[in-house]
Design a protein around this ligand. Structure first.
Ligand SMILES: CC(C)(COP(=O)(O)OP(=O)(O)OC[C@H]1O[C@@H](n2cnc3c(N)ncnc32)[C@H](O)[C@@H]1OP(=O)(O)O)[C@@H](O)C(=O)NCCC(=O)NCCS
Length: 439
């Protein structure tokens, strides 16, 4: 982008990303991708994007797949393998191919993270990638009477070794191979390693960057978000292609293992991981263990998020200026709408018990997501709060949002209609209009 052609847009964009940067700093993300991504030549760009996450203070664990690379090795060596229920039966010759593929991929990934030419996104990056015998595996065993030989499953992830590496600023790389106490090597799936790592490390996110296109429902509508409950229903419908089903099953497994969010993001879109993480709607599918968006009472941890949300409106005079201290003191009056850890909306309810009235103030919805009903949801919520507290009237003072309130049952009133204490605080310079709604 030629930044100086549109510096205002650039600054606005950078500021819009700030809440995500604050929310993600110090968090652990497990990022898993298939061997197809490397085949498609997308590794150097992914390395740049993941380096950026690392630079923003996110702890990154990478898990790579190797299916097409193993196929290549098998073909080169004329090794024939068999499958059972979609799982490769790994004999000694096939394992050699898996080792060869994983070794090559590891080196390619290390090389990609060593980029650092001046004027490229990775200049000054100097990222260190650490890999080792962090995945402990066991044989999958005999299924339906068929011995899967050296095909295994993850038994344990050496989280106690991985955490200090991440804390020291290293990136951890895991291959789809695991080791057993008997000294054997087992061939694993990338998805299994990624889910096990995300659960063991108590990761905040598991991100699959996939060769599959964006998931759609039976009607062909893109699926951007699913709660664990909705994800189960989608699987039961049986409309997803096999690859998407496989990813979704693993994402759900991670969520039920305690990972709050799993994302399935197609790598066909340039920068898809960044778009998914740093925009409200994303370009992939986010699966969450809880409800994604919550409307709840604010806590002291939300003060930073509320300030970020209202500061631009305070600056242009839409809202009255409140400092951090005031919001901290009055945090119990606030309710917020949170989405994936970021505050997208807020409102405050100030009580005037003597007159059985309450003031709704500071009603704000992030411009990125306005006109989707969040403002109305906040209003309804504040009405419920006010009624529950025994108030019979809700009032607002506004300079620019009169029509919004009129449309929602408020009627114009005068300053004399306000509670006595509020009349004394009325700011005659702002000349706000008064609207009241009977509850
Ligand atoms: C007012 C505000 C909270 C509404 O949030 P929202 O999530 O967009 O609200 P909803 O989705 O429930 O409602 C959107 C509707 O309100 C309309 N609307 C938005 N701002 C408006 C305004 N200032 N005056 C009149 N109507 C307005 C939209 O055009 C949209 O209309 P539509 O449904 O016919 O398309 C949001 O616009 C905002 O944060 N504004 C800046 C802060 C502000 O003015 N707060 C009030 C201080 S007293």
């Amino acid at each position: 982008m030629r930044i100086m052609e549109n510096p205002i847009q650039f600054v606005q964009w950078l500021r819009s990303v700030a809440p995500y940067i604050h929310a993600f700093r110090g968090k652990t993300f497990v990022v898993a991708f298939p061997g197809e991504l490397v085949m498609a030549g997308a590794l150097p760009v992914l390395a740049q994007d993941l380096s950026l996450l690392h630079a923003l203070g996110i702890k990154v664990v990478i898990v790579h797949g190797s299916r097409p690379q193993v196929e290549e090795q098998l073909a080169l060596r004329n090794v024939e393998t068999h499958f059972h229920n979609g799982l490769r039966i790994t004999d000694a010759a096939a394992l050699e191919c898996a080792k060869e593929a994983a070794g090559e991929l590891r080196l390619d990934i290390e090389a990609a993270f060593s980029q650092g030419l001046p004027n490229t996104p990775m200049a000054h990056a100097a990222i260190r990638i650490i890999s080792g015998n962090f995945v402990i595996a066991r044989p999958m065993g005999i299924i339906d009477g068929i011995d899967l030989e050296l095909t295994g499953v993850t038994r344990k992830i050496a989280y106690e070794t991985i955490h200090p590496i991440l804390n020291a600023g290293g990136l951890v790389l895991l291959s789809p191979l695991g080791f057993s106490p008997t000294g054997e090597i087992f061939n694993l799936t990338m998805e299994d390693v990624a889910v096990s790592a995300a659960i063991a490390l108590r990761a905040d996110k598991l991100i699959f960057i996939t060769e599959t296109p964006m998931m759609t429902d039976a009607a062909g509508t893109e699926i951007h978000e699913l709660s664990a409950h909705q994800a189960r229903a989608t699987l039961n419908e049986g409309c997803l292609p096999a690859d998407s089903t496989f990813y979704l099953q693993h994402a759900m497994k991670a969520c039920s293992g305690g990972v709050p969010r799993a994302h399935i993001v197609p790598f066909a879109t340039d920068g898809s991981a960044l778009l998914e993480l740093f925009t409200h709607d994303g370009v992939g599918t986010m699966i969450s263990s809880q409800n994604l968006e919550s409307l709840r009472e604010a806590t002291i941890e939300d003060v930073g998020g509320i300030l970020k949300l209202i500061e631009p409106l305070e600056a242009d005079g839409t809202l009255v200026k409140r400092g951090r201290e005031l919001i901290e003191r009055e945090i119990d009056y606030f309710s917020v709408i949170e989405h994936d850890g970021v505050i997208f909306g807020c409102a405050a309810l100030y009580p005037f018990p003597a007159e059985k009235m309450a003031e709704m103030a500071c009603l704000t919805v992030n411009p990125e997501v306005q006109a989707q009903g969040d403002g109305e949801r906040l209003l309804k919520h504040m009405e419920i709060r006010a009624r529950a507290a025994g108030f019979s009237q809700l009032f607002v003072l506004t300079t620019r949002t009169a029509h919004w309130f009129l449309k929602r049952g408020f009627v114009a009133a005068t300053i004399d209609d306000l509670p006595k204490d509020r009349q004394h605080m009325y700011n005659w310079q702002r000349k706000s209009m008064v609207f009241i709604k009977n509850l």
